[in-house]
Design a protein around this ligand. Structure first.
Ligand SMILES: Nc1nc2c(ncn2[C@@H]2O[C@H](COP(=O)(O)OP(=O)(O)OP(=O)(O)O)[C@@H](O)[C@H]2O)c(=O)[nH]1
Ligand SMILES: [Mg+2]
Length: 332
């Protein structure tokens, strides 16, 4: 299972209480007020780290607390500040307030820091309340509570290439062919229920990441099939690879399939159809009628998309495709 969402609670440290004290010393009659301020509570800070690719580590560790500030003490001693706590999240994590749904932060750069819960201020000690007409104040404040929040962290898969297409188009088969990913493959629709990531290694020791997501069908944007929410996983890819099954087995027209998917992409967001895209005719080994491939190729070219023909069974076109993807995501 690929974990891409987790709910955590963060609680910054409470401020320490201000102190109530008076200076008491031999030979110093009526020593003034000397209660120190409480220390500030520690923050909870989220930090984007390249050492994590998933949110899994937070799933098993869902509570993070800043240290409480120490109370103020006599002799005007201020309480020590509570230590902050750092929580590492992968680059690409989006932080939502669980209650309001508001986006609090979007981590795009490694090392990016965001104070998600601020520590409470320390209370003032009674020494702070002294004035010329009020020389023996007994007022002192309690520390303020640290912020406490429930957060929903969402990680959009940072894939370079997103595979989209109808169920059974051969998306999972392709990713298993070009990467070490071994998703479930079967001849029924909606085999893939969760996105799969695959790392494609190139001979130049570079690599890129491909995301295989559940298939789309007509009306997916209204909830048909598995819906279109999985498209958020390919929203940030640099390239969409649109797979169209051109074999007769579908009982559908490939050109029409292509249009249906384009409509669904557009219903997800305006940006998605504007992304660089390549069109891939799949299952060439099982396509009898070349006219089906020709029509799709023509349509793709008309729209300005590069067109590829592959068979994941025979291996036809796979290497060229891999290279073309690598080129388009800038790793060759
Ligand atoms: N003949 C032939 N069959 C293929 C080819 N690629 C995939 N298939 C078959 O097509 C069926 C569906 O393949 P999947 O890779 O599971 O398709 P998918 O696009 O991931 O489908 P969903 O996960 O349901 O969206 C399987 O039975 C595969 O064996 C191919 O190049 N040629
Ligand atoms: Mg699949």
């Amino acid at each position: 299972m690929f974990i891409d969402e987790v709910i955590i609670t963060v609680k910054a440290g409470d401020g320490g209480n201000g102190c109530l004290a008076f200076r008491r010393e031999k030979f110093v009659p009526r020593g003034g007020p000397s209660g120190g301020d409480g220390g500030r509570g520690g923050d909870v800070i989220l930090i984007a780290s390249q050492h994590y690719n998933t949110l899994l580590h937070l799933r098993f560790n869902p509570e993070h607390k800043g240290e409480r500030g120490r109370h103020g003490e006599g002799s005007n001693r201020k309480g020590r500040e509570g230590a902050s706590v750092d929580v590492a999240v992968p680059v690409g994590t989006i932080v939502y307030d669980w209650e309001t749904g508001e986006v609090l932060h979007d981590f795009t750069e490694p090392g990016d820091r965001f104070v998600v819960a601020r520590g409470g201020r320390g209370g003032k000690g009674n020494a702070r309340f002294a004035t010329s007409t009020h020389q023996a104040p007994t007022e002192h404040e309690p520390g303020r509570p640290g912020e406490e929040k429930r957060l929903r962290l969402e990680l959009k898969l940072l894939a370079d290439v997103g595979l989209v297409g109808f169920p059974n188009a051969g998306k999972s088969t392709l990713i298993s062919r070009i990467s070490a990913a071994r998703p479930k493959i079967a001849d029924y629709p909606f085999t893939t229920l969760e996105p799969n990531l695959g790392v494609v290694q190139l001979p130049n020791y570079k690599s890129f990441v491909v995301a295989d997501i559940p298939g789309l069908i007509e009306g997916a944007h209204t909830g048909a099939g598995l819906g279109i929410q999985f498209l958020r996983h390919v929203e940030r890819t640099r390239l969409l690879a649109h797979l169209v099954d051109v074999s007769e087995g579908t009982g559908r027209d490939p050109a029409q399939d292509f249009e249906i998917i384009m409509t669904e992409l557009a219903s997800f967001s305006e940006e998605l159809p504007k992304k660089p895209m390549i069109v891939i005719a799949t299952k060439l080994d099982a396509a009898q009628d070349p006219a089906r491939v020709d029509a799709l190729r023509e349509l793709a070219h008309e729209r300005g998309f590069a067109f590829f023909e592959i068979s994941s069974i025979t291996g036809k076109g796979i290497d060229e495709l891999k290279f073309a993807m690598a080129e388009r995501v800038g790793v060759v």
